[in-house]
Design a protein around this ligand. Structure first.
Ligand code: AMP
Ligand code: MG
Length: 333
């Protein structure tokens, strides 16, 4: 039985974490599915609830940096500068792990991912529980991460002990993952904290994230990556609004299946069965993306065309997610 609680009523959920249970909670990025990171049995419940492969490591969430040295072996001066600049917030850092962290959290890697969320509910839940909280996104493995309360319930009712109703998440996509365990820092997953944000704090980062599969891959049907994917099939149409409209309108004129369009910059698609607009910049696109993908499913859409423009900054993160949602079925126009 899953119990739903409000954001101002965290005591029972915090106690549940402490006792080895599972709690879904809001963060500023997406909803997380948490359990005591130092309790192997508790962590195993996360993988079971999500149907997540055990070789995909989890992020450990902390409320403040006081106890960080219990789970990581060393913190370089530049990693500290990044903590000061971006924590609490949507930046995850990879450190060499201490022996306190069980292999089930890190997929037996020698490193551990740590993040200090800025969401007030996440912060007080972790603080009240008094434990390190391992938490991946609170979706069934393969689906888009939940960013609104309803979508969390769709995936997690009956699978976890508690769900905290925290409304909508501010950022909408997962944290930036930055490896700070070596001499040179590397972005492993792009996010809201961008390459140029990090470069302002440290020169230990040498390049932005590059999506190797996405580079100049005009169209790769058949390559089905199940990550961030709705039930509907997704195609990315990448180019300026005029070219995207021309290409997508041509498809809509001949469509045989229920077809949705994730439009950008309010481009109009009169012949689509369902349209959601992603707004006028990539920060808004990130905020809308996962909720939109699930909303197309709710409207029984079979195929989604996502209008997209290649942009720097948060655009790098949106591109990463949307390419994966589409299984790298990308058309450049
Ligand atoms: P999720 O919380 O579902 O967004 O997934 C956590 C992400 O963090 C995964 O994609 C992992 O690849 C990444 N991650 C967690 N721990 C590590 C680690 N020790 N080394 C590299 N990546 C990690
Ligand atoms: Mg995830």
């Amino acid at each position: 039985m899953t119990k739903i609680v409000k954001e101002n009523d965290l005591d029972e959920a915090a106690q549940c974490l402490k006792n080895g249970g599972t709690v879904v909670f809001p963060t500023e990025t997406v909803y997380g599915l948490g359990a005591d990171a130092l309790n192997e049995k508790a962590v195993e419940k996360i993988y079971a609830a999500k149907g997540r492969p055990s070789d995909n490591p989890l992020i450990v969430h902390i409320a403040d940096t006081d106890s960080l040295s219990k789970i990581v072996r060393e913190i370089s001066p530049d990693a500290r500068k990044l903590m000061d600049a971006f924590w609490p917030g949507p930046l995850t850092m990879i450190f060499k792990k201490s022996s306190a962290v069980p292999g089930v959290v890190t997929a037996n890697l020698d490193t551990v991912a740590v993040r200090c969320p800025s969401n007030k509910t996440a912060h007080s839940l972790i603080k009240k529980s008094g434990v390190f909280v391992a938490a991946p996104s609170a979706n069934l493995s393969g689906s888009p991460s939940p960013t609104v309360f309803k979508h969390v319930c769709d995936d997690m009712m009956g699978r976890v002990d508690f769900i905290i109703d925290g409304g909508e998440c501010d950022v909408g996509i997962e944290s930036t993952v930055l490896d700070v365990s070596g001499d040179e820092f590397r972005i492993l997953r792009p996010g809201y904290v961008t390459y140029s944000d990090i470069l302002k704090i440290t020169d230990k980062i040498k390049s932005d994230y590059v999506d190797i599969k996405g580079v100049d891959t005009p169209k790769c049907p058949g390559m089905k990556y199940t990550h961030y994917s709705p039930r509907a099939e997704v195609f990315v149409v990448m180019g300026n609004s005029e070219n995207c409209k021309m290409y997508i309108d041509e498809i809509l004129a001949k469509k045989q299946k229920r077809t949705g369009v994730l439009s950008y910059k309010n481009t109009k698609y009169e012949n689509a069965d369902y349209v959601i607009d992603a707004g006028f910049d990539m920060t808004h696109y990130a905020y809308v993306l996962y909720e939109a993908l699930r909303e197309f499913d709710e409207h029984n859409i079979d195929i989604i065309y996502a209008q997209f423009e290649d942009e720097d900054g948060v655009g790098v993160a949106v591109k990463n997610r949307i390419f994966k949602s589409a299984g790298y079925k990308i058309v450049k126009v």
